[in-house]
Ligand binder design. Structure first.
Ligand code: ATP
Ligand code: MG
Length: 514
């Protein structure tokens, strides 16, 4: 069989969306649009403006803002090298020498990343290139040992050569708070009236184990308030906005939990963490491996544990509320009071914590029904020092991120999903003269805002009406020679089968009047 024939026989590969990603399709996308439109409207009424940061940013930004030790940064990010330069890597052994020189000079000029890691890599590359050059070209009759040296040097030279970073490491964003803070600094937003209120929506990427309500590409709608004071009314109004949004979306069974995690000082959270660690050490043997590890690395995270057998133990641990400093205590009390003033119903959950140092005071989470174990639709809280950590001026901040996939899932579970979009009018036409009229009618009806289906080829009336029903059309507009001649069009109500004759003008008026 010839190669061409073989190719023909071979069945083309069928592609599927990558695990953890999915297509959002009609009619669901109508619901997504409705939710997003509601966010634009509600957030707008609270004085927020939309920011659309890029989908990828330097890996370093997320490592700093989200934290290098978090699961998100340490194992869930989609990271790649962004090569801005047109550098050709060597294909033949004779090209390594020139390539090494090129890389060394680009590094000196700062045209490839001047990181410590890259410097080490280039040094190793150079060292093994030298050893390789020394073993090369010994001609025939080399000994076994010489051959092994040559092979070893070659292998290591190629190894290090391939590891030189030709461009900076970038990552698909796993969340957007880091980008918003970066943008706040980059665009000198501290010079605008404070605080600056921004919201965003769009896809986020985390390499997690996919399951219901957990995807690798998922969508968040979030907001941040940056700058200005950390007045408790700001926290309360942000939460009020969230609850208004969920309410307008029709989300059922929402529960708001709040907590205060104080601030990172010895007389506040640090003191509490020390006490917590002390208590945890006493019960260490009864805890699982993850929690045991966290006693050292991040005792607060033990409170997050969902393990059944740890629950009774955790219930006996000290509460942070009893260890807050006076300012944080006052702030927390005021946030609760401000929520009450706004009629926002909340529950206190002393186990609601955040693992990073710059999170402080108010933290909150909202759960909704119909989501199984992934029932958190929103997480948020106050942070201090994040903008500074990214090189900006001292700036207060608070924000939240809503999991839009879960929000949609919950709406669908409670019957708030979108119905398939039918057509208002299906135009059943026959004959060439009728076709020209049909095109004009479709244009006029669409301009008037109706959903219109105009079949591209002529169909017998019976067949056309069948299609019209299948598409969920409310009316069929029947256009044949008779209709065109008389100027009286036939409109059939597909639910009742009633027909009426109308002039073009009367038809528009009739449809508008419905
Ligand atoms: P979880 O505990 O559910 O993993 P998280 O603490 O990682 O959530 P955040 O980083 O605070 O979540 O993100 C805010 C919201 O984004 C979550 O409450 C959730 O609704 C949603 N979310 C987070 N990760 C995913 C994911 N992989 N797929 C779908 N939604 C997600
Ligand atoms: Mg998570």
């Amino acid at each position: 069989m010839s190669e061409v024939a073989a190719k023909k026989e071979e069945k083309p590969r069928k592609f599927q969306a990558i695990r953890g990603t999915r297509d959002l399709l009609p009619p669901d996308t109508a619901l997504w649009n409705r939710v997003e439109q509601t966010a634009h409207e509600v957030f707008g009424t609270f004085g927020f403006g939309e920011i659309r940061p890029p989908i990828f940013e330097p890996t370093e930004l997320f490592a700093r803002a989200v934290g290098g030790e978090t699961d998100i940064v340490s194992k869930e990010m989609y990271t790649f090298e962004d090569r801005p330069l047109d550098i050709k890597q060597p294909e033949f052994l004779s090209q390594y020498s020139d390539y090494l020189q090129l890389v060394q000079s680009l590094y000196r000029k700062g045209e490839i990343p001047q990181t410590e890691e890259n410097q080490k890599t280039i040094e190793n590359f150079s060292e093994w290139h030298e050893k390789f050059a020394a073993t090369e070209g010994k001609g025939s009759g080399i000994t076994q040992v010489q051959f092994e040296n040559f092979e070893n040097a070659l292998y290591r030279m190629v190894f290090w050569c391939e590891r030189v970073h030709l461009g900076p490491q970038v990552s698909l964003r796993p969340e957007a708070t880091a980008s918003v803070c970066r943008a706040y600094i980059e665009h000198n937003m501290q010079q605008l009236p404070q605080p600056v209120k921004l919201y965003y929506m769009g896809p986020m990427f985390r390499r997690e184990r996919p399951q219901k309500g957990r995807y690798r590409q998922f969508y968040q709608i979030g907001a941040e308030i940056l700058g200005g004071p950390d007045a408790p009314a700001i926290d309360a109004e942000l939460i009020e906005m969230l609850m208004t949004f969920f309410d307008k979306c029709g989300l059922q069974g929402t529960e708001l939990s709040i907590n205060s995690i104080g601030h990172a000082a010895d007389n506040c959270r640090r003191g509490y963490v020390a006490k917590l660690r002390e208590e945890l050490l006493k019960v260490k043997d009864k805890l699982g491996a993850d929690s045991q590890r966290r006693i050292e690395t991040n005792p607060l995270r033990v409170l997050d544990s969902k393990l059944e057998h740890e629950q009774a133990i955790i219930a006996t641990l000290p509460h942070i509320a009893d260890h807050l400093c006076d300012e944080c205590k006052t702030h927390y009390a005021a946030v609760k009071h401000e929520l009450e003033l706004r009629g926002v119903i909340y529950r206190e959950n002393w186990r609601l914590v955040r693992g990073l140092d710059y999170y402080m005071r108010t933290t909150f989470e909202i759960t909704a029904q119909g989501l199984g174990s992934q029932n958190a639709v929103c997480g948020g809280g106050r942070y201090d020092g994040l903008v500074e950590l990214l090189g900006g001026p001292p700036t207060k901040g608070i924000g939240f991120a809503i999991g839009e996939d879960r929000l949609i899932l919950s709406l669908q579970e409670s019957g708030k999903g979108a119905a398939p979009q039918g057509r208002d009018v299906y135009i059943a036409w026959m004959g060439e003269r009728a076709y020209a009229t049909a095109i004009r009618a479709a244009k006029d009806l669409r301009n008037a805002g109706f959903r219109v289906e105009l079949p591209p080829t002529e169909l017998k009336f019976g067949k056309a009406l069948e299609r019209a029903s299948k598409l969920g059309s409310r009316f069929a507009l029947i256009l044949g020679d008779n209709e065109v001649q008389s100027g009286e069009w036939t409109l059939k109500n597909l639910a009742t089968s009633e027909q009426q004759k109308l002039t073009e003008q009367a038809l528009l008026e009739y449809l508008h009047g419905l």
